[in-house]
Design a protein. Structure first.
Length: 94
């Protein structure tokens, strides 16, 4: 990704995912980086960071989105992701 906002390295959670950005009157697809991180010392929150490859987008400028979660919110998200993954696995097995 040119003009990258997020730092991507060997510790990045996902450095190449398929993503879509939607807005009023547009929808585009691009590769994306998705990362979960916390502070190394005395973490107070979990950060979920998302950046789409701006070289593949015409409708939005280079940027990254970030959501800060409490530990409890992170656990709730993890549980929801686990349940959704199990539904996908169940549908694939059927």
């Amino acid at each position: 990704m040119a003009d990258r906002v997020l730092k991507v390295n060997a510790f990045t959670t996902f450095d190449l995912l398929d993503a879509r950005v939607e807005g009023h009157g547009f929808e585009e697809e691009a590769f994306a980086t998705l990362n979960v991180r916390t502070a190394r010392k005395e973490p107070e929150e979990v950060s979920l960071d998302l950046e789409l490859d701006n070289t593949q987008l015409d409708s939005v400028p280079a940027h990254a989105d970030r959501v800060s979660l409490s530990a409890e919110e992170a656990r709730t998200l993890a549980a929801e992701l686990q349940q959704a993954a199990e539904r996908v696995d169940g549908a694939e097995d059927a």
